[in-house]
Design a binder for this molecule. Structure first.
Ligand SMILES: [Zn+2]
Length: 273
């Protein structure tokens, strides 16, 4: 495991009140300097995941480590909720299970406010884990396709957004959208790194400044990837190991490795230029 600094862009707290302290101890061991924690409000179907209030308590308790992403319930919360979360100290926003496709224009006032307030947004993409309870909530995974983030990124070029799970299973869509949108990033959390070979990711993330086809800002494909765990604190090490396996197998340069572990996330969070 590398002893260089890491930013985890995708994490959740469980409802265990001791979780933030356990997470802090794990992060110290793993050299994780910042961990972005996504809230999910309980009226969705994931009561075991900490809501906005619990995440808020977490970043007050560990202000140097925990970066709060507040949950906006698309279709219910308007732009005033974005401002409220900003005032409460949240850094970014989390979106999941929309009632209409993510790029539906009825959501645009929310996105516009997020851009204005410089709050990066992380969108769950693709398949959602099925829960034992909560069947009253209609889950339509087809409303969370990566190509919708392409529309949003083009409409709000000043807003930085992150798509989770590389769009599982719509990987091609995700990576092509990443290529054309300098403000669009992806994490590789979820099951992807377990069932896809590193070589497969290498084929999808192929362009850099030397290839015949590139990106408008000259960035390389791997500059659009961030580290995200999306597992309990005691499994973060395993996800880090999976990322390191990709780095090693594809012979990614030390610079690119550092970009993914830390620098791309730092840029999104405004920690460095
Ligand atoms: Zn998640």
């Amino acid at each position: 495991m590398p002893d260089t600094p890491i930013i985890d862009m995708h994490h959740h707290l469980s409802s265990d009140p001791a979780y933030p302290d356990k997470l802090a101890r794990a992060c110290e061991r793993l050299h994780i300097e910042k961990v972005c924690v996504m809230a999910i409000e309980p009226d969705l179907f994931m009561p075991e995941i900490a809501d906005n209030a619990a995440v808020e308590a977490g970043f007050h308790k560990h202000p140097d480590l925990i970066v709060g992403f507040g949950h906006i319930r698309l279709g219910k919360d308007g732009p005033e909720k974005v401002s409220e979360l900003k005032d409460r100290g949240f850094t970014g926003l989390k979106f999941i299970i929309p009632p209409k496709a993510y790029h539906d224009e009825s959501f645009y006032p929310v996105y516009e406010r997020a851009e204005e307030l410089h709050m990066p947004g992380l969108f769950h993409l693709g398949i959602v884990a099925r829960q034992a309870s909560g069947h009253h909530v209609r889950v339509d995974c087809s409303l969370m396709r990566p190509v919708f983030l392409d529309s949003i990124a083009r409409s709000y070029p000043g807003w930085t957004i992150i798509g989770a799970h590389l769009g599982n299973p719509w990987y091609d869509e995700a990576t092509m959208a990443a290529r054309w949108n300098p403000n669009l990033y992806f994490d590789l959390s979820g099951s992807t790194l377990k069932y896809r070979k590193p070589e497969y990711l290498g084929e999808l993330l192929w362009w850099d400044s030397t290839t015949r086809y590139g990106s408008p800002d000259g960035s390389s494909a791997w500059e659009k990837i961030v580290f995200g765990s999306d597992v309990d604190y005691y499994e973060i090490k395993d996800v880090l190991h999976d990322y390191e396996n990709v780095f090693k197998t594809l012979h990614l340069s030390e610079k690119v490795r550092h970009d993914i572990r830390y620098r791309n996330g730092a840029r999104i969070l405004g920690l460095e230029g």
